[in-house]
Design a protein around this ligand. Structure first.
Ligand code: SAM
Length: 281
């Protein structure tokens, strides 16, 4: 059941989109002089080697972070994310890639809290090791992130980012996401929720954003990056999307600047494109 290991995919185009947006969301929350929580329901291992182990097998990072590494024309917001990745590689070589928890660790301040959930026992061990010396308040648990989210909301400071990033290897994950958000919004309507999803030919992947648009929330933003056209065989991920509930007011404008650039640098064929939608209800 738990066959997914994120290390195979670390730093690919989907991680670039997800972690770039995570940086925007956390940077926004950190602007206010009030503490917040970062809750990661599917945390992974926290940090990945790019020069050995699983990541080398398919070298997916070559179609992601590697294409941005040496660029000198990065839009400012994207440069912030690339510099964060460079910051954990102090010798300048692209050896490590931060997972979502480590991206957050770089941006949280004293007084902010992290709650990290991961079901795979090996990845939880790695995650615990990666956070063994972390300065601030962090809790790492081997447990189901959907259940943990329900139990945690609302967080005491009433300010939080919830990242929901399941593997979608089980088709039930699509419905679990919708249920978790419905329940989450009942408990904590004002939280910022960010959901990652894969662009696949299968119906439940295609329908997920449409289902999320129906959630009872004040505002939402949907962004997707297709790095190529859907495969003729109907298989394989041709892109990914992020759906953000209660996004910061400036995220749409930032993405209007950055998404055309990401298409031009990460696009793999002439069908590469992006989607950007924002709605205030
Ligand atoms: N968020 C991570 C990042 O961006 O670096 C990547 C997460 S990866 C896409 C999904 C992770 O969810 C895998 O490590 C998998 O073991 C874990 N997982 C699967 N089902 C889970 C569940 N119900 N609760 C918590 N973790 C789960």
């Amino acid at each position: 059941m738990l066959s997914y290991r994120h290390a195979f995919h670390a730093g690919n185009h989907a991680d670039v989109l997800k972690h770039f947006i995570e940086v925007q969301l956390l940077t926004y929350l950190a602007q206010k002089d009030k503490p917040f929580w970062y809750i990661d329901t599917h945390a992974g291992a926290g940090c990945y080697s790019l020069d050995r182990g699983y990541a080398v097998q398919n070298a997916e990072y070559e179609s992601g972070i590697a294409r941005l590494w040496d660029r000198d024309d990065l839009p400012e917001a994207l440069a912030g994310y690339v510099n964060l990745v460079k910051g954990i590689n102090p010798d300048g070589l692209m050896k490590l890639y931060p997972g979502s928890p480590l991206v957050a660790a770089e941006l949280l301040r004293d007084g902010d809290k992290m709650r990290l959930f991961e079901l795979h026992p090996s990845d939880t061990e790695l995650l615990k090791d990666n956070f063994a010396d972390y300065r601030s308040d962090v809790l790492v648990q081997t447990s189901d992130g959907f259940g943990a989210l329900k139990a945690l909301l609302p967080p005491p400071p009433r300010r939080a980012l919830m990242l929901i990033d399941p593997p979608y290897e089980e088709k039930q994950d699509y419905q679990r996401v919708v249920t978790a958000l419905n329940e989450g919004l009942k408990r904590f309507a004002g939280g910022v929720y960010a959901v990652w999803y894969p662009q696949l030919q299968r119906n439940d992947a295609r329908e997920l954003p449409e289902q999320l648009k129906k959630l009872p929330v004040k505002s939402w933003l949907h962004v997707a990056l297709s790095v190529k056209g859907p495969g003729e065989d109907g298989f394989g991920m041709h892109g990914s999307g992020m759906f953000v509930l209660n996004p910061p007011w400036n995220l749409h404008g930032t993405l209007q600047q950055v998404m055309p650039y990401l298409v031009s640098v990460l696009g793999q064929d002439k069908l590469a494109s992006y989607t950007l939608e924002y709605r205030e209800n």
